[in-house]
Design a protein around this ligand. Structure first.
Ligand code: THU
Length: 132
């Protein structure tokens, strides 16, 4: 599946965002090495700190289904800007997907920006430190 097809899926999923407080809808599609897709949206809470971002929703869903090898995550919102994963999500993505994960962001003009996770989270604390 190409990037624009994945972005279309993420935009459709974004409609399910539960974001009554921020009104900031985010959709994510996580792609495994085999091409399986797992989607996620942000799920907010009246106790704001319990909000789960779209990225983590997608990751936790994929891991729950037994997936362990990931190639790409696609992120969309309604904003003019490219929305990158927040710090907490970068750390979770590093743990589960690793430094080579492609992070594909698309803005409201349907432009695309692609970065490697290691460029978004340089010098990360990760599981390699615990394996020594
Ligand atoms: N949010 C995400 O879902 N992913 C991000 O990468 C950034 C922020 C959500 C959390 C909250 O529901 C809303 O966007 C505003 O912060």
């Amino acid at each position: 599946m190409n990037y624009s097809e994945l972005i279309q899926i993420a935009r459709k999923v974004k409609k399910n965002s539960y974001s009554p407080y921020s009104k900031f809808r985010v959709g994510a599609v996580l792609v495994t090495n085999e091409g399986n897709l797992y989607s996620g949206v942000n799920v907010e809470n009246s106790s704001y700190g319990l909000t789960n971002c779209a990225e983590r929703t997608a990751v936790f869903s994929a891991v729950s289904e037994g997936e362990r090898n990931f190639k790409t995550i696609v992120l969309v919102s309604d904003a003019e800007d490219f929305i990158p994963p927040c710090g907490a999500c970068r750390q979770v993505l590093m743990e589960v997907c690793g430094k080579d994960l492609e992070v594909v962001m698309s803005n409201s003009d349907n432009e695309i920006r692609i970065l490697k996770l290691e460029d978004l989270l340089p010098l990360s604390f990760n599981k390699e430190f615990l394996e020594k």
